[in-house]
Design a protein around this ligand. Structure first.
Ligand SMILES: *Cc1c(COP(=O)(O)O)cnc(C)c1O
Length: 405
């Protein structure tokens, strides 16, 4: 019999009652160190008092009024995000996929507004993930996510991530934009090679294309800059954000330059919930803390500590771990054992971390994680490696026939 909740997730059988910072506590009192953080969402950890206060304060006043009226918290948040980024304007959404939908619509509309409606194709990348709506599965290009949901939305081409020559070769007269994650998250924590974003920016400028970044996972301080593209010294024309931006309250945004947004005139896009007062109150509170002087200093220091510990583990357990990937606190461990076994072994040690494609374990702690918590996580990963190494050795012995060379 089907479960009352549509069974599209293989859910881990844990029931959490509450969270405290980087820790989750089950209903039966077990404590887990949370390096999943709701999949890179809870940037300030769980139940941060400042966010709780912001949410409660707003909840007592006004939850929702729709976008038929002014929402001062949204005007304020948008202005602050414009001040902190390349953007001149933005549209608030409730999720990452919706932020991408807005970005895709905006890119198409830009060329339409320029009198070049044929420039409606977007070059995206193999290994990308942009969400699970019909447009975003087409943008992601992952066959497994599209199978059975045909007809696929047309207008996307996919080339190897990091291959500027392949991008150049894929540009046609119908190309309107290039869409990518500066660090591919779900695809296996793959950082764009140095210079790639700059080369794409130059190509876009040369050909009159829009550079659209998906910073849903890598944005909001996750890589140690407010947005990951800042590491490369380039700016996009359009950028989708979500995940961390609400700290756990469902929200997202599509940011853009005035030029890129010029087709998005009155009545061209909308959302009933997007940017509602509750979301905006929490979004402003998240930004208060993320923009504090020392916030990113902490992210960079603690992530350097984590990367160092992980490199030591790769040296120590070469039969289990292959390499460390990622930037800041968007970290991947490429494994030589099945990632599912590692996720299970870590859970037994009391550490929660999600898998990504390409047999990669992701480590996505709240950005407020302490060095002590990082040390503890490294200890748990070491213990899981030791266990998996022993299991592999036993299996190797069992598999090798008597007297085999
Ligand atoms: C999670 C994610 C999305 C989709 O966000 P949802 O909120 O699940 O719709 C899009 N792009 C990237 C890079 C993501 O990591």
């Amino acid at each position: 019999m089907i479960t009352a909740v549509l069974p599209t997730y293989a859910r881990i059988d844990l029931e959490f009652e509450r969270g405290e910072g980087c820790w989750l506590v089950t209903t039966d009192g077990r404590r887990f160190l949370d390096f999943t953080a709701g999949i890179a969402v809870n940037v300030l950890g769980h139940a941060h008092p400042y966010l709780v206060k912001a949410l409660e304060g707003q909840a007592e006043k006004l939850w929702h009024i729709s976008n038929l009226f002014r929402i001062p918290g949204g005007e304020r948040l948008a202005q602050r995000l414009c001040d902190a980024t390349f953007a001149d304007t933005m549209f608030f959404t409730n999720s990452g996929a919706e932020a991408l939908e807005c970005a895709i619509k905006m890119a198409r509309k830009y060329h339409y507004a320029n009198g070049e409606p044929e420039k409606n194709e977007i070059i995206a990348f193999k290994g990308a993930f942009h969400g699970r709506t019909l447009a975003t599965i087409a943008a992601g290009g992952n066959a497994a996510y599209m199978a059975g949901f045909e007809p696929n939305l047309p207008g996307f081409a996919h080339v190897p991530f990091g291959d500027i020559e392949a991008v150049r070769a894929a540009v046609t007269l119908r190309t309107g934009a290039i869409l990518l994650e500066p660090v591919q998250g779900e695809g296996g924590v793959r950082v764009a090679p140095p210079g790639f974003l700059k080369a794409l920016r130059d190509l876009c400028d040369e050909k009159g294309l829009l550079l659209v970044l998906d910073e849903v996972q890598c944005g909001v301080g996750r890589t140690g800059k407010l947005f990951a593209h800042e590491w490369e010294g380039v700016t996009p024309d359009i950028m989708a954000v979500a995940k961390g931006i609400g700290g756990g309250f469902p929200m997202g945004a599509c940011l853009a330059t005035e030029e890129a947004a010029k087709g998005m005139t009155l009545g061209t896009h909308g959302s009933t919930y997007g940017g509602n007062p509750l979301a905006m109150a929490v979004g402003n509170a998240v930004l208060d803390l993320v923009l504090e002087d020392n916030f990113l200093v902490h992210v960079n220091a603690v992530s350097a500590h984590l990367h160092k510990a992980l490199h030591a583990l790769v040296e120590r357990y070469p039969s289990v771990l292959q390499e460390v990937r990622g930037k800041g606190l968007l970290v991947g461990l490429k494994l030589k054992v099945p990632v599912g076994d590692m996720v299970t072994a870590l859970r037994a040690e009391g550490l929660l971390a999600p898998a990504a494609s390409d047999n990669v374990l992701r480590l996505l702690p709240p950005l407020v994680v302490s060095t002590e918590e990082v040390d503890l996580a490294a200890e748990k990963i070491g213990a899981a490696c030791q266990y998996l190494e022993a299991v592999a050795a036993r299996q190797g012995k069992a598999a090798a026939p008597e007297g085999a060379a």
